[in-house]
Design a protein around this ligand. Structure first.
Ligand code: XMP
Length: 529
């Protein structure tokens, strides 16, 4: 256990970075988040607000434009989310997408009807008049639709720009009033010109400065962290995952040695992973770091525990205990850094900034009963943006692109038996072979996760040399996924699997059998426990 005080932080930058912002009002659409992501990819900061967000809040943020998202309801359904007319009179351009467009047209006196046939999936868009919104786009293009209500006539003063087989008005604009609508979804990849259309809205119509990027996040967060923390003492639980690493580096950039990171090595990490985290933070970034070697404590507490939930509880509680002890030794810092992401904020029903914070599991459990004020510099960012900020801050590729790793670590990958020192060593060695081969084959980034599971009590018979063996079975689990909600088992090449299996059996004396998990999620979960 060791803390090191280091370098003085950079002098504060006086220039406050304020980027243009376009707000997405969420009418319940499946892709509302994606709209905000695409807008950001165009270089304009964007956040989601509920469709009923207070007008004062919207005005106070001074957005350059508004986007009204799609939604599942029919505009004629009782209780369908209403579009307040004031939103169309804020003096900024508004783009309605799908339901957003229909609600707008209805509000302005155009004609929207429930059509006989819905339009779902790929459609052909024919542009009759390019207007301002579709300028420079091909006259024929494919687009992606998902609607039943249909716009038959644009509102008075508006011009119909395009149609599809089922949508007489698939795009309209009223440039005088700054109102634009599209029936299709520009945010999904199946609308090849979608991003270009969004960019036209943001650039040409809203006049946004399109320069928002990871570097501006760093500058802005550094300023905000300094404002929040002042000369207070900040603590951060580092897990080695990308979120807590990037959050810690941002805070260190902002307040230097006022930050102390605590890295609890619970002995459930992958081979060398603890050392890599310590080397990166303490040696490269010179972040004051307390590394707690708590392997023995965790092993003792895990003795005799094999039921999955009990195991998670033991690991989580012990983590909190160790963290609390360290916080007290550090003089009870006032601030705690959390790597909460925008997706966590949205999932917890937020978006308005007033949302309940979803507890974050990166460090294996939150010290909930400690009274910290939270510092959450990643609260507005999506995962891929966090990675870009990490790269911007010089975080090594290995940490930036690390696959997700659960807080309880290898503890929940020794299944159906207790976690022992020997089993951990076997699992760690097997996992090391797997990682090395997956990386060697260039597949690491393509996979959401790749790891091994060790059935703790199971032994099988084998033959090696001329001898009968009775050894452990290692399970290979590799999945592809976008968000861990669903996952598909990865079709790893046979040659690679063969090499992995033979290396594991040759290099790890206690292992004599290797099997592959071919279960997707659902019905399986990614982890075995
Ligand atoms: P499952 O197994 O439910 O996992 O399909 C979904 C994703 O969550 C990760 N996971 C955890 N992450 N603490 C974490 O930080 C945990 O306790 C935990 N349990 C599961 C899992 O690795 C997968 O990416």
């Amino acid at each position: 256990m060791e803390a090191r005080a280091v370098e003085v932080p950079e002098p504060p930058s006086e220039t406050a970075v304020t980027n243009d912002e376009v707000l997405v009002l969420d009418f319940g659409g499946q892709y509302s988040q994606l709209i905000a992501r695409r807008v950001r990819e165009c270089g304009v900061f964007s956040e989601l607000l509920p469709h009923h967000a207070a007008l004062e809040e919207i005005r106070a943020r001074r957005p350059r434009g508004l986007i009204l998202s799609g939604g599942p309801a029919s505009v004629y359904a009782p209780g369908a989310p209403a579009l307040r007319s004031e939103l169309l009179e804020l003096g900024i351009p508004v783009l309605g997408i799908c339901y957003g467009m229909q609600a707008m047209v209805l509000q302005l006196g155009g004609r929207v009807e429930a059509a006989e046939v819905g339009e779902f999936g790929r459609s052909r868009l024919t542009v009759k008049e390019h207007g301002r919104l579709l300028e420079g786009l091909p006259a024929e293009q494919s687009c992606w639709m998902s609607h039943r209500d249909t716009v038959f006539e644009p509102p008075p003063g508006g011009a119909a720009l395009a149609s599809s087989s089922e949508s007489p008005v698939a795009a309209f604009e009223d440039t005088a009033r700054g109102l634009y609508g599209i029936q299709f979804h520009p945010e999904v990849v199946h609308t090849p010109y979608g991003t270009q259309i969004l960019a036209r809205f943001l650039d040409d119509i809203c006049g946004c400065d399109m320069s928002w990027d990871a570097a501006s996040v760093v500058d802005e967060q550094v300023r905000l962290i300094r404002e929040q923390v002042g000369d207070g003492h900040v603590i951060c639980g580092l897990s080695g995952g990308v979120d807590s690493s990037v959050a810690a580096l941002l805070v260190h950039r902002a307040v230097g040695d006022q930050l102390t990171c605590v890295f609890v090595d619970h002995g459930l990490m992958r081979k060398n992973e603890g050392d890599q985290v310590i080397a990166a933070f303490r040696d490269t970034f010179k972040v004051p770091l307390v590394a707690v070697q708590a392997q023995e404590r965790f092993l003792e507490r895990l003795a005799g525990v094999s039921e999955p939930e009990a195991k998670r509880k033991v690991i989580g509680q012990e983590f909190i205990r160790v963290f609390e002890e360290e916080a007290l030794k550090l003089g009870d810092p006032k601030y705690l850094v959390q790597g909460t992401l925008y997706s966590d904020v949205i999932e917890s029903g937020g978006g308005t900034g007033a949302a309940v914070i979803k507890s974050h599991h990166n460090v294996g459990g939150l010290p909930e009963d400690l009274e910290f004020e939270l510092v959450e510099p990643l609260r507005a960012l999506f995962k891929d943006e966090v990675r870009r900020v990490g790269l911007e801050l010089g975080l090594p590729d290995r940490l930036v692109w690390r696959q997700p790793f659960p807080g309880p670590g290898l503890g929940i990958r020794i299944v159906g038996g207790e976690v022992t020192r020997e089993r951990l060593a076997i699992l760690r060695d097997a996992d090391y072979v797997l990682q090395e081969e997956i990386r060697g084959a260039g597949l690491y980034r393509e996979l959401w996760q790749s790891f091994c599971v060790l059935p703790g009590e199971l032994r099988t018979v084998g033959v090696q040399g001329d001898e009968r063996t009775y050894g452990y079975v290692v399970v290979i689990r590799a999945v592809t996924s976008d968000d861990a909600m669903t996952a598909d088992w990865a079709r790893l090449p046979y040659d690679l699997l063969e090499r992995i299996a033979s290396r594991m059996i040759n290099e790890i004396r206690q292992v004599n059998r290797v099997v592959l998990d071919v279960t997707s999620k659902p019905p399986g979960t990614i982890e075995w426990e």
